[in-house]
Design a protein around this ligand. Structure first.
Ligand code: ADP
Ligand code: ZN
Length: 725
């Protein structure tokens, strides 16, 4: 193959599930540099891509297709491109699929639309009417307004304003159609810090100033002021002309947080989450690329925004499982934030009151550093935590709340304080059973029971969304009025509370009645305004909220998370319950937390009651090290699935047959996945378990790379899995 030296070619990565970039010719007169966004032909389509580097020369130069257009926007920064490469390699995803995460703002690359506004000139119309005069007086402030705005503000018709335009009294100016990003006042001082907070803040500021990569765990109990402290690091980054990114689990991204940011810095930051309109998405994406948006507060996908001057990432609630993305490219946003910081040579701050075991081990092994805030700010004390042994103090028949917990709620209610009941189960009852034949109602498409939602009068599958009306007769034996609800969900607890406290004002907080991260606002506002006495909630209530009047927290079923015995069950239960407990007694009134449990002797319960997080983590670490589970060994999950059960099984057997032998690598499976049927697909699982120093990606590549599965079969790989369903 001969390469014609007079033809310049570049490789272009296209955001489709393609592993490698393709070569394209750069026509004379076009300048396409690494990072440039370009439009290229692909088959019959024209598609957006990013110049990834020099042409590879692997394609026949004479047959290269030309780049059609180079877009007039700042190119994708080098660090972002290296990040795409790194992530593709680590997660074993096609590079094009990772690129797609980074340019998922349709229309962001089109030229910005302009709008026409008008300003007052020196010219006055020949005939002045009272209506015209009102417009002139209003426009005298020299603000540019659209015709509509002027008409509305002065109460005249559009025609009156147009007349003034024709008379030359108002002159047009072009303004960007998008709202600008306000200046963030990074020089203003925050709250006066305690000595411990000030020392932590100084450490963080110094890291930002150093222009070097470092990973730091900001380890402080709930209410110790971690947010105040990392705001100082944000201020430092801004003062140095850098951008900053604060990652939050999606459900913690609330107006309460944005208001706090505004109180500290005078303006709101840019937001990035799944609830944004397309228009907002485009505005933020472009604002970040052009350096106009200086701070972004966002969910995990904000990591892929095209920052050109990023100088700090904060991962708040770093232990949250919600940072793990499971669909498509599966990645852990906390780990990827560390990689992004390392590629960009700046610090990353991981903040938590209940750090993940992974992070704790990274601290102990010297890869991450740690700053500790040991005390709550001001007068607030840590709440006391008590286990209620449900065997000794059982609820009345048909009820779920132990007498002791009921008495505590009654006491708080009488004192005008708030209580919260936590149960991580949506709906009314997790299982519907026939009393006559024992039949359990299952989802027709998933290995899962249907959950009764009594308010909606439906049975719902929480995996695929299937729903059906609650039947009158058992679908199996036909017995009438024989179906009974088993176990409680939040709706059932609300029913019980209404019976015991008929006068109390109750609010249920679960994703069924609150949709989207910013829609919880009304519920939270009502709680803060003390319009609610008893809060009943799923994990939505566990995160970061500050309710000064909340003094009693009851965990309805503290054992719930321990049921699914996956490797992080104990760790996650501990974190979640600790977070829930942290909601109580955040102000002057001390908080009391009650854990309803059938196993008060379990290490998780004992550690919570004793308030001994570090001892718990040490025991967990020991247990995992003994069996070489993460973070002391590596895992990858493989799911083989198909709508055709036989095909799925056949290919699972084929995978089992072709798994290479390698030292320190064990391939477990295939086994039917716990969710053996999901949305009608049959699923089989493998778990690959390797030593810490094995290159698990290379092993997976050697195994799965040569495999040619038919289109009806999907093989998905999850490096560092968090879900084993
Ligand atoms: P964390 O993030 O560790 O849970 P926060 O930063 O949310 O803690 O602080 C808890 C509460 O204490 C917040 O209401 C915060 O405004 C307040 N607070 C923390 N530090 C200070 C301080 N130095 N001065 C005044 N209020 C503070
Ligand atoms: Zn289902």
């Amino acid at each position: 193959m001969s390469v014609n030296p007079s033809t310049k070619s570049v490789s272009v990565l296209i955001p489709l599930a393609l592993p490698e970039p393709y070569d394209y010719e750069v026509p004379a007169g076009l300048i396409a540099e690494p990072g440039s966004y370009v439009i290229v032909p692909l088959g019959a389509q024209q598609i957006l891509g990013v110049v990834w580097g020099e042409g590879s020369g692997a394609f026949d130069a004479k047959r290269l297709k030309p780049i059609l257009e180079v877009l007039d926007v700042p190119g994708m920064p080098e660090a972002s491109r290296r990040f795409v490469d790194w992530m593709a390699q680590y997660t074993l995803s096609p590079r094009g699929s990772v690129l797609r995460l980074a340019i998922r703002a349709p229309g962001a690359l089109e030229p910005q639309r302009m709008r026409v506004a008008y300003r007052l000139t020196e010219t006055r119309p020949a005939r002045m009417t009272p209506a015209r005069l009102r417009v002139v007086e209003t426009a005298a402030d020299q603000f540019a307004r659209t015709i509509r705005e002027l008409a509305e503000e002065t109460g005249v018709s559009d025609g009156v304003v147009r007349g003034l335009v024709d008379a030359g009294t108002l002159a047009p100016v072009e303004l960007p159609a998008e709202a600008p990003f306000p200046e963030i006042d990074f020089a203003s001082a925050g709250k006066p810090l305690s000595d411990a907070q000030a020392a932590a803040a100084a450490d963080l500021r110094a890291r930002v100033a150093s222009d070097e990569f470092s990973a730091l765990l900001l380890d402080g109990v709930t209410g110790s002021g971690k947010t105040e402290v990392y705001f100082e690091a944000v201020a430092e980054a801004l003062a140095r002309g850098r951008q900053a990114l604060i990652l939050l689990p999606e459900i913690a991204l609330t107006n309460q947080f944005l208001d706090r940011f505004e109180a500290r810095f005078g303006e709101k930051p840019a937001e990035w989450h799944s609830d944004l309109s397309t228009r907002e998405r485009v505005r933020v994406w472009r604002g970040v690329a052009e350096g106009r948006a200086r701070v972004v507060v966002g969910a995990r996908s904000a990591l892929f925004l095209p920052f050109t001057e990023l100088g700090l990432i904060v991962v708040d609630e770093e232990h949250e499982a919600a940072f793990k993305q499971e669909d498509g490219v599966s990645y852990h946003a906390r780990d990827m934030a560390v990689v992004r910081a390392s590629l960009g040579h700046f610090p990353v701050i991981l903040s938590s009151a209940t750090p993940s075991l992974e992070t704790i081990v990274n601290v102990e092994q010297g890869r991450y550093e740690r700053v500790v805030l040991a005390e709550r700010h001001g007068a607030a004390e840590m709440p006391s935590i008590t286990a209620i042994d449900m065997r000794d103090d059982p609820p009345e028949r048909g009820r779920w709340l132990a007498p002791k917990l009921v008495a505590e709620i009654a006491r708080a209610y009488a004192a005008g304080e708030q209580s919260m009941l936590f149960l991580n189960r949506r709906g009314y009852a997790p299982l519907t059973l026939c009393r006559t034949c024992g039949h359990r109602i299952e989802c027709p498409q998933c290995t899962a029971w249907l959950v009764e939602h009594r308010f909606r009068r439906e049975l719902v599958c929480h995996h695929c969304g299937y729903s059906a009306p609650v039947p009158k007769a058992c679908p199996s034996c036909g017995a009438e009025d024989s179906l009974i609800a088993c176990g409680p969900g939040v709706e059932r607890i609300a029913e019980e509370v209404a019976e015991i406290f008929p006068q109390a004002r109750v609010s249920i907080l679960s994703s069924d009645n609150l949709r989207g991260p910013l829609s919880h606002e009304e519920a939270f506002r009502a709680i803060e305004a003390r319009e609610v006495d008893i809060i009943i909630g799923t994990q939505i209530v566990a995160k970061g909220h500050h309710f000064p009047w909340l003094t009693v927290v009851g965990v309805v079923d503290a054992d719930l998370g321990l049921e699914n015995g996956d490797l992080r069950a104990a760790e996650r239960t501990f974190q979640l319950l600790q977070q829930v407990a942290g909601r109580a007694g955040r102000a002057e009134r001390p908080g009391r937390v009650y854990l309803q449990t059938y196993m008060p002797e379990h290490t998780v319960m004992r550690a919570l009651v004793a308030g001994d997080r570090d001892a718990f983590l040490a025991r967990e670490a020991e247990a995992r090290e003994r069996v070489a589970l993460p973070p002391f060994g590596r895992l990858a999950g493989v799911v083989v699935s198909s709508n055709d059960a036989n095909l799925a099984q056949k290919w699972a057997r084929e995978l089992a047959r072709t798994a290479p032998n390698a030292e320190n690598v064990a391939v477990l499976g295939p086994a039917p996945a716990p969710l053996a049927l999901l949305r009608g697909r049959t699923r089989l699982r493998f778990l690959v378990k390797t030593g810490r120093n094995v290159n698990i990606q290379a092993y997976m590549q050697a195994w799965l790379g040569p495999l040619k599965v038919p289109g009806a079969v999907r093989v998905s790989v999850d490096i560092d899995p968090y879900s084993f369903l």
